[in-house]
Design a protein around this ligand. Structure first.
Ligand code: SAM
Ligand code: DTB
Ligand code: SF4
Length: 367
């Protein structure tokens, strides 16, 4: 049961969200136990492989070039440094690496070729590889899949109705198309939203209804609380109550019994008790490590202490799906072959410039 048909209308979902809190958590915990091991929580590390300078105007985002935030723009990280970070994350218990780029969309260029090599490299480390690179075509999704991508993160963020209040540089439909492209390429879909952006409760329900209406809902649904960053239009938003996070997690868990609900951004503003109720209500994944993409996240040791107290264990990689096979990437093979031929040509040219008839100097050895 991928979606719970009992809650496939706005009214039913809203009633569920507004249930007495402990009733809601109890129902969510019951559903969670029917479909998941309640002791296991996935630890996923985020890595911003290309930071800042984004042309989009997402009102919540510190990486949009047009807002004056403390985030400096950086070009794409090298494949080597990404693999080094991936190894660190794995040593610290993360079974998934999510690589984020502050791009509006994927372009077919050298940067994308490098991302393909990053995906190949991280998959070879036996970690689940996730990317969030903005909009992408079906062909680009296929290349990522063949490189060994496990999941693609592309959030709808909020309801279709509230979307225009948050972002004007793209349409809700664009987001849906990219999700569809990931799906068609056989990639696991990670898509969720942000609460605390000034939206009404109905918009939170509207977001979940968008997933209800999909032929296949996302395998993973991240629930983020807005991280209000100075310089963004949402800097002054009032922080949400922890209860709201618990309600949203619980409602998502009940509506999508088989999906992984991810307790995502906003944990630095929650105490351990609040997070414990989220785990009770069916959250089974967190972002681990002291940084999300650009903003702080709880320290690794703090999370390990929390896991110990709550009796949680990190989930192994590929517990929810087979490890994707990495296939050769024709574009990269062709590029490398071209580079090799060019190198050969240059080497030959270097030999040619040596003066013809060159004779080594005669040396007479005097005994
Ligand atoms: N540029 C790509 C895109 O927008 O799809 C990928 C990176 S973008 C930073 C990934 C997601 O991070 C966004 O869709 C949004 O849901 C989340 N996000 C960004 N800034 C946030 C903030 N301040 N608080 C909470 N979530 C945030
Ligand atoms: C998701 O839903 N949340 C993550 C991940 N997917 C890419 C991103 C949170 C970003 C928070 C703001 C920042 O650190 O820049
Ligand atoms: Fe750019 Fe993504 Fe941030 Fe929007 S959320 S401004 S697309 S990096």
């Amino acid at each position: 049961m991928k979606v719970n048909p009992q809650y496939n209308t706005n009214e039913a979902l809203l009633d569920l969200y507004n249930k007495p809190l402990l009733e809601l958590v109890f129902e969510a915990a019951t559903v969670h136990r029917q479909h998941h091991d309640p002791k296991e929580v996935q630890m996923s590390s985020l890595l911003s492989i290309k930071t800042g300078g984004c042309p989009e105007d997402c009102g919540y985002c510190p990486q949009a070039a047009r807002y004056h935030t403390d985030v400096d723009a950086h070009k794409l990280m090298t494949v080597e440094s990404v693999l080094e970070q991936a190894k660190n994350a794995k040593e610290n218990g993360s079974s998934r690496l999510c690589m984020g780029a502050a791009w509006r969309e994927v372009r077919d260029n050298k940067d994308f070729d490098n991302v393909i090599e990053m995906v190949q490299g991280v998959n070879a480390l036996d970690m689940e590889v996730c990317c969030t690179l903005g909009m992408m075509s079906e062909g680009q999704a296929k290349r990522l899949k063949d490189a060994g991508l496990f999941a693609y993160n592309h959030n709808l963020d909020t309801s279709a109705d509230y979307y225009d209040d948050v972002i004007s540089t793209r349409e809700y439909e664009d987001r849906l198309n990219t999700i569809d492209n990931a799906r068609k390429a056989g990639i696991s879909v990670c898509s969720g939203g942000i609460i605390g952006m000034g939206e009404a409760v109905e918009d939170r329900i509207g977001l979940l209804m968008s997933y209800m209406q999909m032929e296949t809902p996302p395998e993973s649904i991240p629930i983020n609380a807005l991280v209000a960053v100075e310089g963004t239009p949402m800097a002054e938003q009032k922080p949400i109550e922890q209860w709201e996070m618990i309600r949203m997690v619980a409602t998502t868990r009940i509506a999508f019994p088989e999906s992984v609900v991810r307790l995502s951004a906003g944990r630095t503003k929650m105490n351990m008790e609040g997070q414990a109720l989220c785990f009770m209500a069916g959250a089974s994944s967190i972002f681990a490590g002291d940084k999300l993409l650009t903003t702080p996240n709880p320290e690794y040791n703090e999370d390990m202490e929390m896991f110990k107290i709550l009796g949680l264990t990190p989930k192994q990689a590929f517990a929810d799906g087979e490890k994707p096979e990495t296939k050769e990437d024709a574009i990269i093979v062709a590029r490398k072959e071209k580079e090799r031929l060019r190198e050969e040509e240059l080497a030959a040219a270097r030999l040619k410039v040596k003066p013809e008839g060159f004779q080594p100097r005669k040396v007479t050895i005097v005994e």
